[in-house]
Write a protein that binds this ligand. Structure first.
Ligand code: SF4
Ligand code: SF4
Length: 389
């Protein structure tokens, strides 16, 4: 297939600009199970704990902490907070089968202005101590009312910003200027594209998502993203379409680059190959297919001690839409709150951005690890570079 000229691609993209949300809702209706229902946080916590415990009990593995110790790592130590990751809401125009945050158009949770302002204040105060990046995720973060405010303020403060973009959001009505907005603020785009084949992407992310994602990438390329010398960084994220580990990143990146450029004229900077985390909707998916235990076993057997030096929890502080603070986006989805307050014994009563005086005071807080952490340490150890949308 030959690549179209950039201008005709952008014109074609404009013609496709209809919302994906009606199709997503229709698919939810036809395939909806318990995992697609909105639960209260307490229900989610109970269900998640039961599921994780069951998978571990059944395969009889030692704890993650024990694995670390046996591998010569006493415990995970937190370093300087270099990245503040904000999950600003669970609303999304998609409802992917592997979504570890269970986003969909039915979710209504969103960060408010007061919480966004407090996060920016904490980030600004932490800049002289090493904080350099604001990493914004969701849901589809661009559909949250605070997204553009956060990007503009972060740029004014001199912070690098990441947008964890699902690509199809670029075609949502009202987002016509999104590529220009991102480029103007030098936002680094990290975008999900779990395969370069239509079938695999649509199976995991919903019908029609692949073609819309391709168009979204072309729109980003058209404003300079991924183009040599533009300074506009575009990374893609691969995650497996099933219960297996991500393959080595470099060979996969070469294949993505060759295929996307020859078929669609798309260029990008790097490919990040991530494992799927055995939590939330992906855990449900595995449970339904009878593959949860096998997948946990694969993760445990794939434990790679070298990965422990670059885990997200070592240099990132994660904040949820409601201001709660976590070690990482995965702990956030399990509601394993970061405990910095003296004497706090309950992991589910962690602190919020309004409880702390600075991000620096979190440095001594222990990192909460559990069975899902095997998802970060399996294989090439690339599974923990952050949430993707
Ligand atoms: S899930 Fe990954 S990033 Fe989060 S605490 Fe566990 S090892 Fe660290
Ligand atoms: S994986 Fe990303 S795009 Fe898919 S439903 Fe979840 S947040 Fe939305």
């Amino acid at each position: 297939m030959s690549a179209k000229a950039p201008s005709s691609r952008v014109a074609a993209a404009s013609q496709q600009r209809t919302s994906l949300i009606p199709e997503t809702l229709e698919e939810l209706k036809s395939t909806g199970g318990p995992s697609l229902q909105v639960q209260t946080p307490a229900q989610q916590r109970r269900e998640e704990r039961r599921r994780r415990q069951r998978s571990l009990d059944n395969i009889g593995v030692p704890s993650f902490s024990r694995f670390l110790q046996d591998a010569g790592v006493d415990k995970l130590e937190r370093g300087v907070a270099e990245i503040l990751q904000l999950n600003i809401g669970l609303y999304c125009n998609q409802a992917c089968s592997h979504c570890h945050v269970e986003s969909s158009p039915l979710r209504t949770e969103m960060m408010d202005r007061a919480t966004a302002e407090r996060c920016l204040q904490l980030a600004q105060e932490a800049q002289p101590h090493g904080l350099a990046m604001l990493d914004i995720t969701g849901g589809a973060p661009e559909l949250n009312s605070e997204f553009r405010y956060l990007v503009e303020q972060a740029a004014a403060m001199g912070l690098q910003t990441i947008d964890r973009c699902n690509l199809t959001v670029l075609l949502e009505p009202g987002q016509e200027d999104l590529p220009d907005f991102l480029a103007r603020h030098q936002v680094r785009v990290v975008a999900s594209l779990p395969c370069y084949s239509t079938t695999n992407v649509d199976e995991q992310r919903g019908s029609g998502v692949f073609q819309r994602s391709i168009t979204g990438l072309q729109l980003l390329n058209a404003v300079g993203y991924g183009q040599p010398g533009s300074g506009l960084h575009l990374d893609l994220v691969y995650n497996p379409n099933g219960a297996f580990l991500a393959p080595p990143q470099d060979a996969l990146q070469d294949a993505y680059k060759a295929e996307l450029e020859s078929a669609y004229g798309i260029v990008f900077n790097s490919l990040l190959a991530m494992n799927n985390m055995p939590i939330k909707r992906f855990a449900d998916y595995l449970l339904r297919k009878g593959e949860l235990q096998e997948y946990m076993q694969t993760l445990v057997q794939g434990f790679n001690v070298e990965s422990t030096s670059s885990l997200m929890c070592r240099n990132t502080i994660s904040v949820g839409w409601n201001g709660r603070i976590y070690d990482c986006d995965f702990n956030q989805q399990l509601d394993l709150g970061l405990r910095h307050l003296q004497g706090s014994q309950d992991a589910h009563q962690g602190s919020t951005v309004f409880d702390i005086g600075s991000l620096m005071e979190l440095q001594q807080a222990p990192i909460a690890v559990d069975s899902h952490c095997f998802g970060c340490t399996a294989g090439s150890g690339s599974g923990c570079q952050g949430a993707t949308s």
